[in-house]
Design a protein around this ligand. Structure first.
Ligand code: ADP
Ligand code: MG
Length: 589
């Protein structure tokens, strides 16, 4: 066979693609993953004026996504039309694009989803006695018949991508897909507080709102009452821009930007500019690497924002981007400053919180029992820049003599070779960590709580925690699932006695979000490191003399005393040599 043969064997005549093929290609843009199906179906239900939307997901959305609504319904005649491409009841002319009030308008979703799944739609319009059902397999209508149904529409999407194996391969781990769905429904439920949402994943209820119309109530249903109570309210009116919503106080932070949400004219959007504006508003008020929780509703004339940028409509284009950016930033900042007399962070704050307590009044050295002072998270900062920090050669530290505590954050100690400044938080982190690691897995002693604690997590977090429950119990936690997204903590490791159990659980969930697939082998260590970080005494906490001594001794006994489990230094060494040079006693610079 020659090369020419193969070339001419291919039929090169131009043909119009069969509709199913064209839809399948277009589907790639609209239906990327199971969460996109949920998104399109939920949007359709909202556009149909639903007061209640029930979503059921199985097999992380690959096996089943079912969305049921009590909206206006589709007439039997239109049912067939609804699954063909560019069939929409929401847009008539290109002009209409500039005054879109509905979430959908391209008429692509149902056709696209139908072309890559086995989909059935059952619907009955108000005032009509019987409804109808249509069944579509891989883009082909395989059945159409009258069907009894409650008013509204139920769309069942099964075996997503059954005919596009390549797409299946690109799906992420099931837990990731499930979380995407949780987060997505969460955003819509927040944006539409007057709609009653219910989401069940793998037969487990993961979100439910009342549909009362009260935003704060929706916030509480989604994030938990405790969380919602702490949120600050934003209200700003600037010409034709109205900005309202909720933001977290500076004490409530996350390790990523995932919980910064916006809705523009009721449409949930993810927009880099808006996110940046929110982060900017918190500038200098949060530690580097920490992010706020934000739910902001923006209302503006529909012609000053273009939502038709991307097929999934998650991105938007503003007519005046800068104005929106600064309005959002200003309104958040204003709310923050109004509610919190905010001290600037870092070392100053440690000084402000500085308070000596007579050593005698403080109890012994139950190191696990020290309570965390809220902020600042870490005593470490860049203050030591101008000092020459000596590279440590030896792994161990010499025997140290305690001099005292300074700034309620550092211990000063003397060694044979000079002065040591020890970061109390980092040092305690190291001590706790090594004590934990030294214990045999499974035999870590735990201490029952006098009063069991109930901890409520957002749905995504609950899912993550479920994955870690086994590891947690190895570490001495007694945690049980207690209904929807709520956990009952009955015991915590003895080493952490006195620590707020809900803080311990939250840190597990929060930190695993950043890197959701930690190697199994590392999971235990990482979990321990994170829990220790949260449990360790914070900067700003005055320590009794006995506590200072105990910390120093514990640190001396550590295998790697010079860094915290996250790799930051626990101590700065000022050698006698350095001191002499600094004081101009010798070889002055
Ligand atoms: P679009 O939403 O962009 O119009 P879709 O393909 O998502 O396109 O839906 C096509 C049409 O089917 C819609 O315009 C609407 O008339 C009808 N439809 C889809 N879902 C529903 C629903 N849940 N309730 C009522 N009508 C619906
Ligand atoms: Mg639609």
């Amino acid at each position: 066979m020659t090369v020419g043969d193969t070339l001419y064997n291919v039929d090169m005549t131009i043909q119009i693609l069969p509709d199913e093929v064209a839809s399948q290609i277009a589907a790639g843009e609209v239906v990327e993953r199971p969460a996109s199906v949920v998104k399109e179906l939920v949007e359709n239900a909202l556009d149909a004026g639903a007061g209640q939307i029930t979503i059921r997901v199985a097999g992380a959305g690959q096996r089943l996504v079912e969305v049921q609504d009590d909206g206006c319904g589709i007439s039997p005649e239109e049912l067939q039309l609804s699954v063909t491409r560019h069939a929409t009841s929401k847009l008539r002319t290109a002009e209409d694009l500039f005054r879109i009030a509905t979430l959908g308008f391209r008429g692509e979703a149902l056709a696209s989803i139908g072309s890559v799944s086995q989909m059935s739609i059952t619907s009955r319009q108000a005032g009509i006695e019987t409804g109808a059902r249509i069944h579509v397999v891989g883009g082909k209508v395989e059945g159409f018949q009258p069907a009894g149904a409650p008013q509204g529409t139920t769309v069942r999407v099964e075996e997503l991508f059954f005919n596009v194996p390549a797409r299946r391969k690109f799906l992420k781990k099931e837990i990731t897909e499930r979380r995407q769905i949780d987060e997505l429904v969460m955003r819509y439920a927040m944006a539409f507080p007057a709609v009653r949402f219910q989401l069940t994943q793998e037969e487990r209820l993961s979100l439910q709102t009342s549909g009362s119309g009260d935003r704060k109530e929706a916030l509480a249903a989604i994030y938990g009452v405790e969380y919602a109570r702490q949120m600050l309210e934003v209200y700003a009116l600037e010409e034709e821009l109205k900005i309202t919503g909720f933001i977290s106080p500076t004490t409530l932070t996350r390790s990523n930007r995932k919980e910064i949400h916006f809705a523009i004219n009721g449409r949930p959007v993810q927009d880099a500019t808006l996110t940046a504006a929110a982060v900017q508003a918190y500038h200098t008020l949060l530690m580097v690497g920490r992010y706020p929780v934000v739910m902001i509703y923006i209302e503006m004339p529909s012609d000053s924002v273009d939502v038709n940028v991307h097929p999934t409509k998650a991105e938007v284009r503003f007519r005046d981007r800068d104005r929106v950016f600064s309005a959002v930033q200003r309104s958040i900042r204003k709310a923050l400053l109004a509610y919190t007399p905010v001290p600037e962070l870092r070392s100053q704050q440690a000084w402000q919180a500085f308070a000596w307590e007579p050593a005698a009044e403080r109890s012994g050295s139950n190191w696990g029992g020290l309570e965390a002072l809220q902020s600042p998270e870490d005593g470490t900062d860049e203050q030591g820049e101008s000092l020459e920090i000596h590279a440590f050669t030896a792994r161990q530290v010499p025997i140290l003599r305690l001099v005292g505590q300074v700034a309620a954050a550092y211990l000063i100690a003397e060694g044979p070779d000079g002065l040591y400044l020890i970061d109390q938080h980092a040092a305690h982190e190291r001590v706790l960590y090594e004590k934990f690691i030294a214990q045999e897995s499974g035999s870590i002693p735990s201490q029952a709580l006098l009063e069991p604690a109930y901890v409520e997590l957002p749905p995504g977090g609950a899912r993550l925690l479920d994955e870690q429950l086994a590891t947690l119990s190895e570490l001495g936690f007694d945690v049980k699932s207690f209904g929807r997204n709520t956990y009952l903590v009955r015991a915590i490791p003895v080493l952490l006695s006195g620590m707020d159990p809900s803080a311990a659980l939250r840190v597990v969930v929060e930190d695993f979000e950043e890197d959701e697939t930690p190697l199994l082998s590392q999971r235990r260590e990482r979990l321990i490191a994170r829990v220790c970080k949260r449990a360790a005494v914070k900067a700003g906490h005055a320590l009794s003399n006995a506590e200072q001594q105990a910390l120093l001794q514990d640190l001396e006994r550590c295998e790697s005393p010079r860094t915290c489990p996250h790799g930051r230094p626990t101590m700065i060494h000022l050698s006698v040599d350095l001191l002499e040079r600094q004081f101009g006693r010798r070889g002055a610079r």
